[in-house]
Design a protein around this ligand. Sequence first.
Ligand SMILES: [Zn+2]
Length: 214
Amino acid sequence: MMGFDLIFGPSVERGPRNRRIYLTFDDGPNERATPAILETLAAARVPAAFFMVGDHVRRFPRTARDVAGAGHLVGNHTYNHVKLHFAGPKKIRTQLRKTHDAIESVMGVTPRSFRAPHGFRSPFLISIIVDMSYTVFGWTFGVFDTAKPGVEQIRRRVRKRLRPGAIVLLHDGDGYDPEGDRMQTAKALPGIIEDAQADGYGFGSLSELLGNHS
Ligand SMILES: [Zn+2]
């Protein structure tokens, strides 16, 4: 369940091996894809996690609030989607702190988790994460939905890779373009949920895995 690396610290990359999977959406909020995704999740009563870019939270406060209002887990994904392996400790701390503050002030919730853009972690991250009492999440698999391979392709790739406890990486936004188009992912979601249920999976919330490291 846990990845542990002496330099980069612990990161949760998979849940317990039961018939549960965890849907996660990165790089939002986004004014088009996020509401569509929220609607699908609500209709199917499926929880998810959203790792948000702080700058997008400030730009689209209403959409950000809708995510929290629907009860989904909200995590920190830096302020400007910076690649941490190129950043010094001061920059990393500022990126995380600014996003933490944006989520708290705009959405009224306190984030307790972090996911690194592109999965690039940094040796400077550990002490910052400990100070902020965060859990770091990775993912079990992604499907390159940001390359827009087509709605059916995104759906098929998820079904093929599903396994017990999988943390599935999808995107409701574009880390570098607040207007970036993620509608293929949004349109694939109803089929993804349908397939997973047909294969006997239920959906868990990443909040179950918070603090799941020692
Ligand atoms: Zn990202």
